[in-house]
Design a protein around this ligand. Sequence first.
Ligand SMILES: *[C@@H]1O[C@H](CO)[C@@H](O)[C@H](O)[C@H]1NC(C)=O
Ligand SMILES: *[C@@H]1O[C@H](CO)[C@@H](O)[C@H](O)[C@H]1NC(C)=O
Ligand SMILES: *[C@@H]1O[C@H](CO)[C@@H](O)[C@H](O)[C@H]1NC(C)=O
Length: 501
Amino acid sequence: MPWLGSLPFYATCLCIILPPRSVDSFHVSCERFVWKIREMFSSKQLYFFPPLLRDPQETVVGWYSGGKMKMSPFLVLLITLLSATAALPSEALNVRGHLLKSKTFLSPPIFLRPGSVSNKWYFDIAFPRGHLALKSFNGEVVDERGVPVPLHETYLHHWVVEPYYAPKEAAAAAETQKLSKIILNRNSGVCKTTLGQYYGLGSETRHTATWVPDPYGIEVGNPEAPPEGYEEKWLLNVHAIDTRGVTDKLGCTECRCDLYNVTIDEYGRRITEDYTGGLYCCYDETRCKVKEGFADGEARKVFLRYTVTWLDWSDAVLPVKIYIFDVTDRALLEGKSEPACKVEYQVEECSSENRANNDCVHVQATKQILPRGGDIVFGVAHQHSGGIAASLHGEDGRLLCESVATYGEGQEAGNESGYIVGMSTCYPKPGSVTVRDGEVLTVVSNYSSERQHTGVMGLFYILVAEHEQQQQLLPAAAGKPGLCFSFPVSWCLPSWLSSNL
Ligand SMILES: *[C@@H]1O[C@H](CO)[C@@H](O)[C@H](O)[C@H]1NC(C)=O
Ligand SMILES: *[C@@H]1O[C@H](CO)[C@@H](O)[C@H](O)[C@H]1NC(C)=O
Ligand SMILES: *[C@@H]1O[C@H](CO)[C@@H](O)[C@H](O)[C@H]1NC(C)=O
């Protein structure tokens, strides 16, 4: 039954078509559902997206691929029925006359031997083109056959994506020349030199929602935005550590310097004695200590497979700004004017006294300034193994968002025991969580200190919709036609009906 191979695809369709009650729970439960089915299929060596085998670089998996999609008549009927009868809360705006599009891409191949590290920057990656509103970006590591690779084999330390402007005429220029001329197009965030990405996650990538709730979107590809003579492109950084056959899996993923046997960092600087672990010790092409018999292990080819979902840009989409806060930035607390985001920190093992009181929680907190206020419409934290949860608070201490780590319990990809396999997200009702221009926010990151952890992170990513823009754009959006669906063909509910929903 060939259509069976695309079952997960239909499940995804259903999840998108059926309007959410709460965007968060909806997307997360859908993702879990899709995930389950996908696992079922990958374990039988069938593939989630069969076309991937034929064209590994760029595959359309959109719910709408120019009518080429084959579909069981039963499913069409089911989806139509369900979408017609389901009660439609206002969050269902993503289908209001706009097509949600999606495409899955593969990164360049990443070659990893047991113990080895790859931390490369890929410029001009495959990415949707045009003036778009990004709605989600989901990535995971897969092998050559498209099968998800579990974290205990290839640990995904992080991936980040961000746009940059490159000179248009540079096609013929040498690679180094091109790179010297690029202009990074950073997020609106508060760390001036680091953490400029639009999206970025690590081991938690498989079960962390990145969905931007409706009617919001991250604006990209505006033809007016690049400076004269430049065009927008995208870069991807993937930091992966192969821990097959290593002597200490957690130590290798925490980049403990003794396991990497390095004394100088990536830039040739001496690593100081008191630096026990972190990115300075697990840079590109370093190697973690492996057990006997693994030293000559064959390199394996893996990829970051990423799926981007977007809408074409229109005035019905409200733009959001991206801010990333870093719990290691102590500049404000120390009275300095320039942010100092160190990205990583260390968690010391708790004292015997604390242990006796069952109080082995390491709390790291700091304050950072949000330059421009508005409504927080999405929030998520990033932590490493040992992380418990992180929170973001307003100046008066009110909770803006809390993001809690979930750990795997088994062996299979997406459920690896000992690893953070997901971070919970916040989808406040628009208008319910508001922050002022220049408000001083508090970032808190909690880790278990049952044992020492090196190179951990405590980042908080939020999307903010500014009020001015909402006021300008909301009346325009309100005048749009009724509720429309893009599936299985374009159709709209009459406006008298949809306005009552
Ligand atoms: C560690 O590095 C030193 C020099 O860089 C080298 O001589 C030594 O053999 C290395 N040790 C291991 C266990 O690889
Ligand atoms: C972090 O730990 C402190 C102290 O145990 C606790 O009061 C706080 O609620 C925790 N925060 C989060 C986000 O878990
Ligand atoms: C993870 O694996 C454990 C142990 O095999 C299993 O009990 C659990 O149901 C799995 N969780 C998910 C979400 O699949």
